[in-house]
Structure formats: structure tokens, C-alpha cells
Unconditional design. Structure first.
Length: 250
């Protein structure tokens, strides 16, 4: 997997991520989007049925009503979604808005991770689900899913049906969040999971990060386990952009 970035303010919790060598999977209540992992599956099905009825699409309406008989299943899926843990990363270290929103107005730092298959593929031992890009949508994507799935689905497609709903629920965000270009590492439960030092590859100092705090980060990662880590810094670029350059000590 290519390098992904965690934007952080300079704080005790952020330093713990380095000192304890752990990443933290946030619970539903800790996410900053009130719709994140909270989309209602059953309500979306009702909307799809109403649309089919309004369009006088009887075949689609009949197929959709089959799914209505499985409301108890949606409750279980909803519980699985809402009990999950999320570790959010960004694809770019040059996102000005991300520096502003998640790194204390450019006073924080970003951590570059190249995470192993321990985090990117299903692992029962750590209850890891895997990695996936966030899916940005204008409206509840479950409605569109039901409309497309209904006409082709048979009961033999049950595994795909369950997996697709779970995946949409964990990945979907409103399109206003698309600027984040987020990649999610998903876990069945919240909480910390340890990473190997080799999985942390970069530290990037924010444009306004105090020098004394930069030195603290260097000291935390001064041991032999971290000798591969590259230190970089944000600098102003043309227009309203920023760039990232080497910050290797001289």
C-alpha cells in the first residue's frame, strides 16, 4: 500500500501514538460527521419503494418489497456498522484544509504510514475488516443500492448483499467531505492496535509548528527502530498551495 497520512495536532494523545506504537480506531461517537456510520438502511429501502411506486414500476416495487421482509437483518447490520472502529487516513500530505481542520491550523504534524496486510486485509486476530476508500455521495447511497440490486438479486446473492450493505455503511460520507480524499482502515470494534516501527515512514512538520515541538518528535523517534523515518516539513508553494520538502537535520 502507498503511503497514507494521519494529520494530528501536537498533543499528549498524538505523542502517545508514537511512544506506544499504537493507532487508535475511533468509535462511532468519536467521529466528527453526524451522519458517519449512521445512515438508516430501513429508511433508505422505504424511499426506494416509494420511488418505484411513484414511477409505477411494479416489477421493481415487488422486488424491493422482498427486502422489506428482512427488516430484522438490517437491524443486525446496523448494529455491526455502529459498533465498528475507524482509523482515518488521507492520501495526500499537501491538503491545506486537512492541515487546518485536523492539525491545529498547521501547528501540528502528519504521520506517514505504509501499513502492512495486518491492517489492510481481513484479520480475525485483531478483528480487522480491511482498508477501503471513503465513498462520497449526495444522498443516502443505500437507496441507490436497493434499486440496482433488487432486479438482479436472488437468494444465492445473500453474501454479496450482506457484504455490500456493511461496506456502504462503513464507507459512505456526504460529498461535502470529498476534499479529505480519505482511506479508512476498518475494525469490528474500536480501540488501539499496535503497529510495527517499519510501518511508520514519515513525520511531516506543519507550516506553523513550533521548532521546540519538532525537536520533541525527533527525540521520540531517535532510537534505532526509527532510523528509516524521513523527517519533512511543509513550505509555502505557488498561489494558495503548499509543498512538502526534506527536513533532515544538518
Amino acid at each position: 500500500m502507498s503511503t497514507l497520512y494521519k494529520y494530528r495536532p501536537y498533543s499528549a494523545r498524538s505523542l502517545e501514538m508514537l511512544i506506544k506504537r499504537e493507532i487508535y480506531f475511533a468509535s462511532l461517537e468519536q467521529l466528527n460527521d453526524p451522519y458517519d456510520c449512521r445512515l438508516n438502511v430501513s429508511d433508505a429501502l422505504s424511499v426506494a419503494i416509494a420511488k418505484a411506486s411513484s414511477a409505477k414500476n411494479q416489477a421493481l416495487e415487488e422486488h424491493l418489497n422482498r427486502f422489506r421482509r428482512m427488516d430484522h437483518v438490517y437491524d443486525k447490520i446496523q448494529a455491526d456498522i455502529q459498533g465498528a472502529g475507524v482509523f482515518s487516513l488521507a492520501k495526500s500530505p499537501k491538503n491545506v484544509l486537512m492541515w487546518s481542520h485536523y492539525a491545529d491550523d498547521h501547528r501540528g504534524f502528519a504521520v506517514g504510514f505504509q501499513l502492512s496486510e495486518k491492517f489492510t486485509t481481513h484479520r480475525n486476530s485483531e478483528q480487522i475488516i480491511g482498508a477501503a476508500d471513503a465513498y462520497y455521495a449526495k444522498a443516502n447511497p443505500f437507496t441507490d443500492f436497493f434499486e440496482k440490486f433488487a432486479l438482479r438479486a436472488t437468494m444465492s446473492d445473500w453474501n454479496e448483499f450482506w457484504t455490500s450493505i456493511l461496506e456502504i455503511g462503513l464507507r459512505a460520507k456526504g460529498d461535502l467531505w470529498a476534499y479529505e480524499d480519505e482511506v479508512r482502515i476498518l475494525r469490528k470494534i474500536p480501540g488501539p492496535v499496535g503497529y510495527a516501527p517499519t510501518e511508520l515512514t514519515e513525520i511531516i512538520f506543519g507550516l506553523n509548528m513550533p521548532y521546540a515541538q519538532q525537536i520533541t518528535l525527533r527525540r521520540i523517534l531517535a532510537g534505532p527502530d526509527w532510523k528509516h523515518v524521513q523527517f519533512r516539513k511543509v513550505v509555502r508553494s505557488d498561489g494558495f498551495a503548499v509543498d512538502v520538502v526534506s527536513a533532515d537535520a544538518t
